[in-house]
Ligand binder design. Structure first.
Ligand SMILES: CC(C)(COP(=O)(O)OP(=O)(O)OC[C@H]1O[C@@H](n2cnc3c(N)ncnc32)[C@H](O)[C@@H]1OP(=O)(O)O)[C@@H](O)C(=O)NCCC(=O)NCCS
Length: 289
């Protein structure tokens, strides 16, 4: 069996989706959960997002191919001095044979010269091992999962639903909070089926994107504003919600989850290098951080 690692191309997107799906389904089964099939809309969102990685972050998008086709994929982003690993998946039929490590190494080439590196990970011990050995520091995290207790939602929540007209606010809040702006990524996510929530109240400003009942990026000037934005998302969910990757710096969000009577339990950690801890009034997007 021959194996090659090569740049991802637009022709790979369907095979890439199948690898991600098979790896996720297997991980669900191992965790004792029944895998759920994505909707047609979620598949389309995945394809659009993957094509964007290939055009915007070509040097971070890789596939592993054996005699039977694509068996692994990796995607990483660079935004100035920031590098983040967005996805790393190997098909269950080819796992634990060193393919994940080779793919990760290619994406780390794209990290050269970056100041800050970040990975929001699953609980897979193979992933944790390689991320720690790549020099990133672990930040243990929890998740909040379940149906929101609607009686707990604060009345008169601050804020409004936003639009592309609010991207200047996104850029300003992020630049002060993170030293980088996610506005271009937020614009893409917004155009790819997400909803934007805004608080713009004097010194208290912030934004949050959400899709399919979970946050997909949040940034605010302060924790109180961040909490109001998270409540706005929870208020709109009618289905089971999942809020991942809450480290000690997101204690404010853990408290919102607890108040909403979500089940808080261990989750895949966040790995970081180049900063001591993540920003506080911030929730990452899995793909764009
Ligand atoms: C995580 C994943 C990408 C790793 O890819 P892989 O090809 O299976 O892993 P590799 O064979 O490259 O092994 C990675 C490391 O884990 C070690 N390893 C292998 N099997 C292991 C096991 N069962 N437990 C612990 N470590 C193990 C390997 O020795 C290797 O470390 P080393 O290079 O220092 O020797 C892949 O297993 C996967 O797709 N998992 C499900 C999806 C997922 O969780 N992705 C991560 C999202 S952030």
């Amino acid at each position: 069996m021959t194996l090659s690692i090569r740049p991802m191309t637009p022709d790979d997107v369907e095979a890439v989706r199948e690898v991600v799906s098979a790896a996720n389904d297997e991980a669900d089964r191992k965790a004792g959960q029944e895998p759920s099939a994505p909707t047609a809309q979620q598949r389309e969102q995945f394809f659009r997002g993957t094509r964007r990685f290939i055009t915007e972050d070509a040097a971070g998008a890789w596939v592993a191919v054996d005699d039977d086709g694509v068996v692994g994929m990796a995607e990483a982003i660079r935004r100035g001095g920031f590098w983040g690993l967005s996805m790393l998946f190997v098909h269950p039929r080819a796992q634990s044979q060193g393919i994940g490590r080779q793919l990760l190494d290619r994406t780390l080439d794209y990290a050269r010269g970056s100041d800050v590196r970040m990975i929001m990970t699953s609980e897979d011990p193979r992933a944790l091992r390689r991320y720690a050995l790549a020099g990133l520091q672990i930040h243990p995290a929890v998740k909040g999962v379940g149906m929101v207790d609607r009686t707990a939602i604060p009345v008169d929540l601050k804020g409004r639903t936003g639009s592309a007209d609010d991207l200047d606010l996104v850029a300003a809040v992020d630049t002060a909070l993170l030293g980088r702006s996610r506005a271009a990524d937020a614009e893409f996510v917004l155009g790819n089926g997400a909803t934007l929530e805004i608080v713009d109240d004097g010194a208290h400003r912030g934004f949050a994107l959400h899709r399919d009942a979970h946050p997909n990026m949040l940034g605010a000037t302060d924790e109180q504003t961040a909490a109001a934005l998270l409540w706005r998302i929870l208020e709109k969910t009618t289905d089971k919600t999942e809020i991942y990757c809450l480290t000690a710096a997101q204690d404010w969000a853990v408290r919102v989850c607890l108040a909403a009577r979500l089940a808080v339990s261990g989750s895949g950690p966040l790995f970081i290098s180049g900063m001591d801890h993540p920003a506080g009034p911030w929730l990452p997007s899995g793909w764009y951080f």
